[in-house]
Design a protein around this ligand. Structure first.
Ligand SMILES: [Zn+2]
Length: 248
């Protein structure tokens, strides 16, 4: 899971830049527009700056192929989850059809994103909520009770997702205990360390590490006088310069 940050231009309809002082919940949504892409939904929020049609936005949008676009920094409020906006980070998910069911790629990326956010804000999988839990809106549709889906089935689907996030968090912690042969761990020292597609300063930036966390490196390479490390997640390469990362 790689987060691509394409922030919305500040504006009162979709990015008011109201500080989000505390994050207690992670709210999951479905876009309700079958077949639409992550970038199209992000661009819709952007367009509200001009059209002023309504007040709506989300921190993240997960696409049909598992791509993740961040629209708003997590220290600013989004307009997504009604009364929960002031204490939650919101995630909109794309879906291929009117059932609202996510693709396996979307669900995997969503689980990884939720695990990442739970760690970042010291939350547990039980702090993941549906829009339905806040307002009883049928969102995400596939995880909400409807005329066609009983509460029992909908709740079981959502519980299975949370169990997956819980497992992912457990596995990540376990993986950090003992790196495999030839791998090593680094602590990121920089608050904003770029992830690049290739071990080179001219390679495209495909993500940013902001949590100063511990990461496992599976391969190193020299590129342009810099030692680069390949992230175990497959997200890309980071500089191992001692200013940015420290081997532990
Ligand atoms: Zn919703």
């Amino acid at each position: 899971m790689t987060i691509e940050q394409i922030f919305i231009t500040p504006n009162k309809y979709s990015r008011p830049q109201t500080p989000l002082k505390t994050v207690k919940k992670i709210a999951v949504h479905y876009v309700g527009n079958p077949g639409s892409s992550a970038i199209a939904n992000r661009n819709y929020f952007e367009g509200l700056a001009k059209s002023g049609a309504r007040y709506v936005s989300a921190h993240f949008v997960v696409g049909l192929g598992g791509e993740v676009i961040q629209c708003i920094p997590t220290d600013e409020v989004s307009y997504c989850t009604n009364q929960a906006n002031s204490y939650s980070v919101s995630i909109e998910c794309c879906h291929p059809d009117s059932t609202g069911r996510f693709t396996p790629e979307t669900e995997t990326a969503l689980a990884e994103l939720c695990a990442y956010l739970c760690r970042k804000f010291s939350l547990s999988a039980d702090d993941i909520i549906r829009h339905y839990d806040v307002t009883r809106k049928q969102c995400p549709l596939y995880w909400s009770p409807t005329r066609y889906t009983s509460a029992e089935v909908a709740n079981a689907r959502f519980a299975a997702f949370k169990a997956r996030v819980r497992q992912l968090m457990g596995h990540e912690n376990a993986a950090e205990d003992k790196p495999a042969d030839g791998f090593f761990r680094v602590r990121v020292l920089d608050g904003e360390l770029n992830i690049r597609e290739q071990p080179s300063l001219t390679a495209r930036v495909c993500g940013v590490i902001r949590d100063k966390g511990v990461y496992t490196i599976v391969e190193t390479r020299h590129g342009g006088n810099i030692l680069w490390g390949k992230l175990k997640s497959g997200a890309g390469w980071i500089s191992l310069n001692s200013r940015y990362a420290k081997r532990i």
